[in-house]
Design a binder for this molecule. Structure first.
Ligand code: PEP
Ligand code: MG
Length: 754
């Protein structure tokens, strides 16, 4: 087999013509394999296409027996072809029949061929087929030959995708039926949505595959690479003073990858072989994705993610404005493998009907932004981006955690009925908006909003919230490309106070680390990030950063009241240190500006069980305590909140957790510390019922939960219910949750859950 670049280019030109031609699929494929075999001086060239269940069907060949076409079928793991499909990478073998994976199929007549080269045909990160060449003589194919066959496979992917291997014999190569499918995901933001898929990652249309003028394409690629490096350098140029001497590994790795010659060289080679700059980057992206699908090692996966991010960035630069997905459709559902919060914010005004994310953990910040935007969102959907094509119709059922792809009419009708029901419920909650959250026997509960972005504040009035019970200040950091300056922070906090218009706002100081990792600050890789160098621990070790935030809060408040709380405090000394810093900043600011907040309240979050046993020491210093159930429960039950297999396994509505909270409530009362709760659990009306029964009078939750919780409270007679609740807690009978649901029903309490 003789290989040279001009030959590949010639082949590309011919392929381009074949792709443009009309005509029977079968004869087009025959032309393709003939062309590849002759250009690459191979004795055999064959295309296998993956069919349902992973079977690989021979759909075209030059050199094997023609009668094998349509008849040779290999199991997903069978033979060398199955081996290539499973590994999702090229395999070159000098003497194929002696390879352990070789499987002899007499109908093909392939005995005389020794040398074998197989490459996967990849589309959207999945292997849709395998392209092979074979030679009689024993030889090992070189890197350039392998590259060349991979390039051809990419172009071929556009021709063979959607061909149904079962219908090739019909002569017209019917398009593969795009069946409806239902996929499971985790609900990140509740709701229902219907619309057409818009893929977030740039799509390179087949029409843009081939280079018109090679010199121009090389120049475009070079320019884009320079722009990419400059953009990354800009991201690196963050404020050194705030960072201290921290290593910035993540960004450095990113930069190193962008400067990696072998990556750039591969892209150039793609263009030299006849591809456009976009197609060459796309080729690299397909390979990275395919390797990602099969990579088990976490570190390797991260690097492949980084590489794929770079491919995408480069494609966007090459596409200019066109690189951005167009949300021109009235009904669009955004589909992404993973998405940074800043990227998602760019879609804030696009009128999206839903958001779908493949990755669960890495997308959690995007999930928070999605919640702020109030868009139905599902995450953790395995295989999402490989199952959906641009423009597919989708039903996002972010009530039950199901995505329906290309739904049929009956599903669509069921969806419409659910939407009608949902709007009825929403209307009922809206009617409660201006009514107080007061129990039948006259106890008022404050219902506050959990927020983190300015966007969230827009929900304050429509949700009928009494104020902001948790403002997660770290979100501003997470959604910015570089560290927010003092002025940026002051501006945000002031806007929040202005939008709250006199209603109380509790600012929680920076809670970075754990799942909220900031590449710019790079917390180190940790075995157990949730238990690691995070939150107040991290803030107290980065005093420059922390003091600057405290200063921003004080400046933003001016002469208005200011309420601040510290997250993840484990021992009282951490609270004292943070409080002293705040008070010192206050004096410093007062000296400079002559202004002091009219009132300063300092509180603490209860997120580690240890702190529950130190409340005595906080008496007189912490005005209030807010139970952060998300972290508290993961430490109480030793169950990672980010690991789907265990995160929902243990229930707050369970005697041990509730007895613990009961003790906390009693200790707070004894020590004169005001008590409240934030965290996801407050948003479930059954958990909220438990909090209220334990004596909590202040609950903070996301906007969508306020209506259902208020309805529950207004249906509750505490005087009647509390004794039964306490008795059940002391002497549980069977499943506590079921027992409680029964009690609630007996007392006529209206729960959203049932
Ligand atoms: C919590 O842990 O309950 C909490 C409110 O904080 P976050 O979810 O931001 O960690
Ligand atoms: Mg927390």
């Amino acid at each position: 087999m003789v290989y040279n670049l001009p030959a590949t280019r010639l082949l590309m030109n011919r392929l381009r013509q074949i792709m443009a031609e009309d005509g029977e699929t079968r004869s087009r494929l025959d032309n393709v394999v003939r062309l590849i075999a002759s250009t690459m001086v191979a004795d055999v060239c064959s295309i296998y296409l993956r069919h349902r269940g992973g079977t690989l069907v021979l759909i075209a060949t030059e050199g094997l027996k023609p009668e094998a076409v349509g008849n040779t079928r290999l199991g997903p793991n069978e033979g060398l072809v199955g081996f290539v499909a499973r590994r999702a990478e090229p395999i070159a073998i000098q003497d194929a029949p002696r390879h352990p994976a070789f499987s002899y199929r007499p109908e093909t007549g392939e005995d005389p061929f020794h040398a074998f080269l197989g490459v996967p045909i990849l589309r959207g990160g999945r292997v849709i087929g395998v392209l092979t060449v074979q030679n009689r003589t024993e030889r090992l194919y070189g890197d350039e030959e392998i590259d060349s066959l991979q390039t051809i496979a990419m172009v071929l992917a556009e021709i063979v995708d959607r061909i149904d291997p079962e219908h090739l014999d019909n002569g017209d190569g019917q398009r593969r039926a795009r069946n409806p499918a239902s996929l499971k995901g985790r609900v990140f933001c509740e709701g229902l949505g219907y619309g057409r898929a818009v893929l977030h990652d740039p799509v390179v249309p087949a029409a843009k595959f081939f280079a018109g003028d090679q010199e121009i394409e090389i120049a475009r690629l070079n320019r884009a690479l320079v722009d990419l490096k400059a953009a990354i350098d800009r991201m690196m140029a963050i404020d050194g003073a705030a960072l201290g001497e921290d290593p910035r590994d993540v960004m450095e790795t990113y930069r190193l990858l962008a400067h990696d010659q072998s990556w750039a060289e591969k892209l150039h080679e793609g263009v030299r072989s006849g591809l456009s700059a976009e197609a060459s980057v796309d080729r690299a992206r397909r390979e990275h994705r395919a390797r990602l699908q099969s990579a088990r090692d976490l570190y390797l996966r991260e690097r492949l993610h980084d590489l794929e991010d770079l491919d995408n960035r480069l494609l966007r630069i090459l596409g200019g404005d066109e690189g951005k997905p167009e949300i021109s459709e009235e009904r669009s559902v955004l589909v992404a493998r993973r998405l940074g919060p800043a990227e998602l914010l760019e879609y804030a005004n696009a009128g999206l009907r839903g958001i779908l994310l493949e990755e669960a953990a890495a997308s959690s910040h995007a999930a928070i932004v999605a919640r702020a935007m109030g868009i139905p969102t599902l995450g953790g959907i395995e295989g999402l981006t490989t199952r959906i094509d641009q423009g597919d119709w989708l039903i996002v059922d972010a009530e039950q955690g199901t995505l329906h792809v290309r739904p049929d009419n009956s599903l669509y009708d069921a969806y419409k009925a659910r939407v009608a029901l949902r709007s009825e419920r929403q209307a009922a909650y809206a009617a409660l908006r201006d009514k107080p959250a007061r129990t039948k026997d006259g106890r008022t509960i404050k219902l506050m909003l959990n927020a983190g972005l300015e966007l969230d504040l827009d929900m304050l009035a429509p949700a009928g919230a009494d104020g902001v019970g948790l403002f997660r200040t770290e979100f501003q950091f997470l959604v910015s490309e570089s560290l927010p300056s003092l002025d940026d922070q002051i501006t945000l906090y002031r806007h929040v106070l202005d939008k709250a218009a006199g209603k109380p706002v509790i600012f929680r100081t920076l809670d970075l680390g754990g799942d909220k990792v900031l590449p710019a600050l790079n917390q180190q890789r940790e075995e157990n990030p949730a238990l690691g160098w995070r939150s107040i621990r991290f803030a107290l070790d980065h005093k420059g950063l922390f003091r600057r935030q405290l200063r921003a809060l004080i400046r933003a408040a001016g002469s208005d009241p200011l309420t601040v709380m510290f997250p993840m405090v484990t021992v009282p000394a951490e609270f004292d240190e943070a409080r002293d810093l705040l008070l010192a900043e206050m004096d410093w600011s007062a000296e400079r500006t002559g202004k002091r907040p009219a009132k300063l309240e300092i509180g603490v979050m209860l997120e580690t069980p240890a702190l529950a046993y130190s409340l005595k020491e906080l008496a007189g210093r912490a005005e209030f305590l807010s139970v952060g159930t998300n972290d508290l429960m993961q430490f109480f039950y030793a169950a990672d909140r980010m690991t789907p297999h265990v995160s929902d396994r243990y229930d707050l509505v369970f005697p041990s957790a509730l007895r613990f909270l009961k003790q906390v409530a009693e200790d707070c009362a004894v020590n004169g510390i005001r008590l409240s709760a934030c965290g996801e659990a407050t948003g479930s009306s059954l958990s909220a019922l438990c909090f209220v029964a334990l004596g909590f009078t202040n609950l903070s939750m996301s906007a969508g939960s306020i209506g259902p919780v208020k309805r529950m409270i207004r249906s509750l007679d505490m005087t009647a219910f509390q004794p039964d609740f306490m008795a059940a807690l002391e002497k549980p009978n069977g499943s506590f949750r079921n027992h409680l649901l029964g009690l609630a029903a007996e007392h006529g309490i209206e729960l959203a859950e049932g």
